[in-house]
Design a protein. Sequence first.
Length: 271
Amino acid sequence: MSIDKNELVNIDKDALVSEQETPVAKPISWRAQAAQLAAIIAVVFIAKGALAEPFYVPSGSMEPTLLIGDALLASKFPYGYGAASLPIQITLPETGRLFGETPKRGDVVVFRWPGDRSQAWVKRVVGLPGDRIQLRQGQLFINDHAATLTPDGTGEAEDDSGGSEQAYRFIETLPNGVTHAIFKMRDNGRYDNTPEVTVPAGKLFVLGDNRDNSADSRVSLRDGGVGLLPIDNLIGRADAVVGSWDMGVRNQPVWTWLSGFRMARFFTSVH
């Protein structure tokens, strides 16, 4: 079979033209780079706002469940989304929650403190809208049903200054069957006896697990507590401890600080 030389020449010309017309990649302009960076930041920001957000535990009000120095991961989707769910605080009209769900009794929740919404607090939900809540001699009653307390030895309750105090440990079982550990440091605590409160619509009754060292729904907002917590202030549900560091090692030489990591608490669930 003969080969047409003109055809080869034509092919060569086409290839040459193709090579000449192939566009050369141009450097990305700074505007395009800025737009790409902004898009990445927006995706990260939206994911942080929509899925979960990390928080640091600075006080012992939720001991023994949460320790000072724990790093929490709060899931935002269980209760829906509202102004409090945003990772930054801006003033928005309170219009309820998108995909809103009411927490369950026993849930550990992260919320915006009603006294200063820039502060995030963590407590345990014990009362839902319509519930009647009362504490009698340190025992929790929900709709006249007592939460049972089973002695579970003793523990060390750490305070915000780094000191510690021996506490009695109990396993508290709520009427719905949820169990968790609590601390009691004295038999007749300041808030061991409260009047019965009916939780109004749109509110929650929350307690700290360290019952004698927690400003919660037993304490009015005016006195530095939470009062009845608006559901719209919820950020999310505390689901996991992702890291933990014993703040007490700060008083030791720097080269010993690695010993402060509580590895056994890393990536543990919150109950």
